[in-house]
Design a protein around this ligand. Structure first.
Ligand code: DI6
Ligand code: FE
Length: 421
């Protein structure tokens, strides 16, 4: 790893010329082994090698390498948005206007609008049109220091269009300095052609879409919409069982508009995360605690749907269920590409502390994506995905969404955005 030169006074670490050292920074490590809030460290050097963090050392314990003077700025892990529907055609602004005039999300869904309106626009769009639209949304997240994000399918609802969406997600990762975790959400809504036979559509997912798209390597996890306007727990379990037969991790949109014990179902399958959770009860929290399933909070949808039922944050805390925070970027219930705003809403609407909100877009978001041993902390061996801020305290980015005081963004140790370029 690196050579330690023992001298009388102290250990000095000899670096190689391609190593880089970020010096004079305040490090918010989110390393649970560091006792300070946010895992904060002053007077330490962050040493990077080959796209990873080589070490976090007290200042001045290294010799060699290329020094970058952070001039007292704050460095955090790159942000992780662990729940987005970033790829889609069309928009649902007119529907939102109807909802403001009192028409419910469920009523719009029932008459073929809602998700199916976006399905129609997504099926009609070409891969290149979807890529262009999604890239513009992605750029806004990158400028907020996001370095990893999850992107779901779920607006195709047939093999060809679900594949098209997932290929767009793969192209975004190929064209931009960002890591993408693609998720199959074919069980998002029943497409028009199956509206009279939901069971047959679930069979199509389990017997055709899931195996074929898995074969093509187009996704990492399987998600479902367990809700009255989506699929029943039994139908979701059929999809989870199919995923399990292929060894694919699962997650679910659960307890968003009602309590269907979807979180307990996700937990039974040792799911990565249970998402939304406005109607989650203590039994559901307990199952998540037992299975290690992450609670992904999506305050944007709560806000846009003008919900009143909040997720049981206090109970989640009591059972020490890790809480993540994400944008849920989608045209129907959360059309905004700002993880800082989502952090702010998680504090103002759901009562998280700013430190919990930050853990929710770093360490806990990494856990929700199965990347807890490599992402979301400033720790030796983790990826060198960093955000450097014109700010002294992490709370500043939660306090003032829309400002995004990003000084520099590093992806695998390379500066991709900001004035340090
Ligand atoms: N829950 C949501 O809030 C989004 N999907 C889901 O399962 C809504 C997606 C849409 O309305 O387009
Ligand atoms: Fe969602």
């Amino acid at each position: 790893m690196y050579i330690q030169l023992m001298t009388r006074e102290r250990t000095t670490v000899q670096l190689i010329s391609t190593d880089t050292v970020w010096r004079n920074a305040r490090l918010a490590t989110f390393d649970p082994d560091r006792p300070a809030p946010y895992g904060l460290l002053d007077q330490h050097d962050l040493i990077l090698r080959d796209g990873h963090i080589l070490a976090v050392l007290p200042r001045g314990e290294t010799v060699g390498g290329t020094i970058h003077d952070a001039q007292g700025r704050l460095i955090t892990p790159g942000l992780i948005d662990c729940h987005t529907h970033l790829v889609f055609g069309g928009n649902r602004a007119a529907e939102w206007e109807q909802r403001l005039n009192g028409v419910s999300y469920q009523a719009i869904s029932a008459r073929g609008g809602g998700i199916n309106a976006t399905v129609e626009a997504t099926r009609a769009a070409t891969e290149s049109e979807l890529l262009t639209r999604a890239a513009a949304r992605l750029q806004r997240l990158l400028l907020e220091g996001v370095t990893t994000l999850e992107i779901k399918s779920g607006y195709g609802l047939n093999l060809q269009s679900e594949a098209k969406m997932l290929r767009v997600a793969r192209q975004l990762a190929a064209r931009y300095p960002v890591e993408i975790s693609p998720t199959l959400l074919a069980a998002h809504a029943v497409p028009a052609e199956y509206r009279h036979d939901k069971a047959a559509y679930i069979d199509l997912i389990c017997d055709r879409l899931l195996p074929s798209l898995w074969q093509e390597g187009l996704f990492e996890a399987v998600d479902v919409f367990c809700e009255s306007v989506g699929f029943s727990p039994a139908q979701c379990e059929q999809v989870f069982a199919a995923a399990q037969r292929h060894g694919i991790p699962v997650k679910g949109h659960v307890e968003q508009l009602s309590l269907l014990d979807g979180a307990a179902l996700v937990s039974r399958y040792k799911g990565l995360s249970a998402d939304h959770l406005e109607y989650l009860d203590e039994n559901g929290v307990k199952t998540m605690s037992d299975s290690g399933t992450v609670a992904v909070l999506l305050p944007g949808a709560f806000y846009f749907l003008k919900e009143s039922q909040r997720p049981p944050v206090e109970t989640l805390r009591r059972y020490q269920v890790p809480m993540a925070v994400a944008t849920d970027y989608n045209p129907g219930t959360s059309p905004f590409a700002s993880l800082h705003l989502a952090m702010n809403m998680a504090c103002v609407q759901f009562g998280l502390t700013p430190e919990e909100a930050w853990a929710g877009v770093t360490r806990h978001a990494a856990l929700a994506l199965g990347r807890q041993r490599s992402h979301g902390q400033l720790k030796a061996g983790f990826v060198a995905d960093l955000a450097i801020w014109e700010a002294e305290q992490p709370v500043e980015m939660v306090y003032e969404p829309g400002r995004s005081p990003l000084y520099a963004r590093l992806f695998r140790g390379k500066i991709t955005h900001g004035s340090a370029l």
